[in-house]
Design a protein around this ligand. Structure first.
Ligand SMILES: [Zn+2]
Length: 55
């Protein structure tokens, strides 16, 4: 089941989807570092990551 993360910082429209939660975490970390010049805790990534079913 794929994992989907939507960034909730400001008006950010970043969204990532992957079948691997590890990959989602890696991509989210890279996004936060590059776009928001900051860091994000694993707990925050997990809280904002949804499991989705493909239509
Ligand atoms: Zn963002």
């Amino acid at each position: 089941m794929p994992y989907q993360f939507s960034c909730s910082k400001g008006n950010c429209q970043f969204m990532v989807r992957s079948s691997s939660s590890d990959e989602v975490e890696r991509l989210v970390r890279a996004h936060v570092r590059m776009t928001h010049n900051g860091r994000i805790a694993v707990a925050d990534i997990e809280r904002e990551t949804d499991r989705i079913e493909l239509a």
